[in-house]
Structures are given as structure tokens and as C-alpha cells.
Design a binder for this molecule. Sequence first.
Ligand code: G6P
Length: 611
Amino acid sequence: MCGIVGYVGPKDGVGIVLDGLRRLEYRGYDSAGISAVRDHTLDSVRAVGKLKALEAKLTSAPIHGSPVIGHTRWATHGVPSEANAHPHTDDALAIAVVHNGIIENYLELGAMLRATGVQFRSETDTEVIAHLIRHYYRGDLFAAVTRALQDVRGAYAFGIVSKDDPGVLIAARNGSPLVIGVGDNEHYIASDATALIKYTRRVMYLDDGQAAEIRADRTAIHDLNGKLQSLEVKTVDWDLAMAEKGGYPHFMLKEIHEQPEVIRNVLRGRVAANGADVALDDIKLAPEILVKCPRIFIVACGTAWHSGLIGKRLIESIAKVPVEVDIASEFRYRDLLLPPGSVVIPVTQSGETADTLEALRAARRAGATILSLVNVQGSTIARESNAVLPLRAGIEMGVASTKAYTAMVAAFALLAIHLGRLRGSLAPEAAGALLSDFLRIPDKIAACLANQRTILECASDPRFRDAASALFLGRAYNYPTALEGALKLKEISYIHAEGYGAGEMKHGPIALVTDKLPSVFIAPQSATRDKIVSNMQEVRARNGVILAIATEGDAGIAAHAEKVVYIPPCLEPLSPLLTTIPLQLLAYHISVNRGCDVDQPRNLAKSVTVE
Ligand code: G6P
């Protein structure tokens, strides 16, 4: 959802900013641009398309300098075009601005500025900021920025430079993420710390309503009334290798293959020595809150919401606590009837999704305790929660989420067992059985990854690869797996796909079934396995093509499907951790075979920081 990078220091910042933009390209990739200040001049280069287009322009007409700001865009206002690409400048071409977020009152501010003779050159909401800063500029860039921000309504993270203030990089934040990287006599800014880890692991997370005047050797942070603020410098523990492809052709494939390690990480140190309890000391929440809570509310978006649907089943069946799950953008607009003592669980990879963040804030206002499942440490959602269960999935770069999803499901399973033990609703023997199976899940995921033959066959079979539409069907714990399998396919291969409860299929989707519509049935050993086989027969009777995901040893299933992928046996509540693997691989290989851009699918962004 737009990425921002900036540099100020003794080096030429253009290469550093471009390198940071490469790591942020997952946030948006419809256009990009960069501005550099040198010797009281401001040079800007912008290009439509991916970062490569900007790099090509910079190769033929290089610019240099410090400070430097750069931007990779995901269009909200105005089509992807060079005129709409950031940085945006004022009429005098002196001030350059990069922005992530939405300025809600840009029309009003634009009308005021037009009346003073300002000429606009783009359709964006951002350009108004460059002109507004110029409007208030009296020789001090930081003073002009803080004054301008008092007029602005909306969400923003800004990076700002001016040719008349060499050596100064301004950053400001309200609602969109921004970190300041602290180097040795140099500073950086970025939308997230992954853009900076090649240069520094020491970061300060800017808070809403703060603006920073950043120079090579010092940073002054103020609120918008000019009051000086102090920010702690934190150390990021991710390393550069996590942000590189490590020999895989795509981040998504690398991240799919990291899942055994990710689940080991989720479990590391969290299974008590007795093998029957979960040690979630890193939650840092008084156990009474979890013991007494009458109801849990899970809020999330996209893939994270699918993990929440599995979380509900896990918590209800294992810990016997009632759970409601909402799409975050719906939760915040309903009448929140949260019983006293409720716990709200936002689930998020990025920790920055605007709808999830606003759902969290609404829940806080309604008096709930917030326990978040978050992957990105230091993110806004992590910081605004009462407690956090870290997902430990490492950096996820592929826009289609894979390893963060399985980390979320695994975290919910641990939380459910923890709650069950704390509340006395789960016997030690049952907890022990779940946990010992859980500890074997990483090796079973590795077995799923080693067994790709059938998936590769399906991915190059025209009945799957060239389908206009596909159905994904599952029940119980694997109904959300069906939703997730369909989402993965549509996100990266652009095949229309629907996930459905297999039992609900006969109430509508069955009308679509012909020999042209492939169906993927998620049918592992479970209480509903036989019912799913009946649903498969209903599809076969209508010439439907079926791929089934079933458990090794289920000899009967092959008679009802064109193709079967077998997964190792496991307890039903943990089965989504295995069944999802072939579906991720199916989407990945179909996308590759269709020539799609796996890691940067059209119109999507990894971190959605607008509502
Ligand atoms: C975007 C991404 C999805 C992700 C969703 C929620 O739509 O493309 O992959 O599931 O946001 O993101 P979060 O960071 O909150 O998990």
C-alpha cells in the first residue's frame, strides 16, 4: 500500500533508496519515483510500472544527492501514470513529498490553494501537501510542514525534502506506518524496517501525530504542537537473508518451503516440560483475564480472517469458550455488544492493516482486552494491543500470504490448548495427545512439500490450468481451508475461484458444475470425511473434474476423484496445517504456468493501510 524510503547522510542516497524500494515493492508496484537534493537543486525521476522502469530511467539519466526520498505506489487517487507518481512537488519545484495513506480533505485544501493561483499537475490527493507546505514556507521546512499538517485530515506517512533546506529530511506519521533507521552519522526512513536491515537494525517507530526533523547526525521529534518527544531506539532481530529469495525463483515458493521451520519456531519453547501444557509467557497477559473471559472476538482481513475461522473452531472445541469471528471492516461498523471481560483477538501479518487497526481501536473503546496475533514486531497493531502473541514467521515478502497463515493457525492451536488448560476444560491427557501430534507437524509439512508430483500434473493439466473458474470445498476445520485455497488461486492466477462449505454446495454452486469446472475437495480423515465423499459423488455425477486432498491410507477416495494428493495422518484439529500446503502449491504452479507475476499480482498489495 505504497512504500516510502528516505536517506540523509554523507553518502549518495539514490542507490540506498532504490535498494530500500526494491524491498518495499510488495507494498505497491504500479509506479515509482525518487527525488534527490544536491547543491541547492532538486532532481526528480518518476516512471510508470514496476521499479525496473524507474531504474532504467535512472541508468540513462542518473541523479545523485542527499537527502533522498523514494516511493513505490499503489494507486488510490488517480490512475497509475507518471504525473500521478510520487514524489510530488510544489509550483517552484523546490519541495518534494512522498506519501502513503489518503488525505481526506484534499479537495477542500486544493480549492483553497487554487484560489491563490496554484496550478495542479496530478489527480492525486498527495500533490496538495507539496503546495500547502510551500504556502506556509517562511524559510524553515520543518515549521512549514508542521503548520501544514494542522490543516490535513486523513491518514499519512510522509517523507519530505526541499532544495532550500539541504541536509534535512522530514518524516511525519498519522495512521500509516513509518520507521526511522539510525545509522552511523546517517539516518533513514521507511514504511517498514525490512527496507533498512541491509543498512541498520536500529530503528525508532514514529507514532501517530509525530513529525521528525532528521539530519545526518541528529533527529528531533515533535508533536504537531511543536512539543519535543522522545522515542526509544529498538533493535530489529530479522536478518537480510530473510528478505532475499535464497535461490528460489519466487518469494512465495521460498516462503511455502519455510513452513516446517516456521511451525518449529511457533512451537519453540512453548510446550511445557510435562508435554501437556503450553507456556505462552511471551503473551504477558494476566491469566485471570483468559480464565474469566466470557467470549472471544476474532477480527482480521483476507488470509488472516481465514485463520481466524479455524481459530474459532479450535478455541470452541478445545477450550469451550464461545468465539465470534468478523471481517475487520465489518466488525467496526456493527453495534459492538461485547460482554464485560471480553477478549478481542486481531490477527495480522503486517500489523498495519487499516481495517484491523480500526477494529482494534473500536474494541478498545468498547472496553475489551486486546490480545493480538501479529507477525511484524513493532507494528502499530502490536503496539496498540494490551498483549501480543508473536507469530515468529519471519519476513513475508510474497503478496500471497503462506507461511504467516500457517503460523496464525498454529498460534491459534497453541492458544486454544493454553486456554483449555487454564480454564480446566481440557484434560492433561487430551492436551498431551494434541501437543505430541503438533510437534510432528513440521516434519509432516516437509513430507507434503516433498510430494508435489500430482500437484504439478494438475497445474499443467488444461482442465485446471486453463479453467475459467474453480470450486474449493471442505467441511468443519477445512471449510476455511477451502476459502483460503480459493483465495490463493484467484489472487495469483486470476482464475475465478469460490470456497464453499462442501455441505452447502448443493444449495447453489452445484448449478455451475460441468466438465469445464474443476473442484478441489479437502477431504482428510475426519468426522465429516464420508459426508464429503457423498458431495464428491454429486459432482462426479455431473461430469465435474475433481482433485481431492485426502489422508494417506484412504484407499477408497481415489474412486471418486480424478486426482488425489495424500497428506500424512494427523489429528483433525491440526489438519488445516497440512491440507493447505498442496493448495498453496497448486495456486503457485498454476500461476507460474499461466505466466502470471506470482510475487506481485495485479492490483493487490501486501499491506493494506487504507480503509
Ligand atoms: C492484504 C494481503 C493479504 C492479507 C490481508 C491482511 O489483502 O494481500 O495477503 O491476508 O491484506 O493482511 P494482514 O497483514 O493484516 O495479515
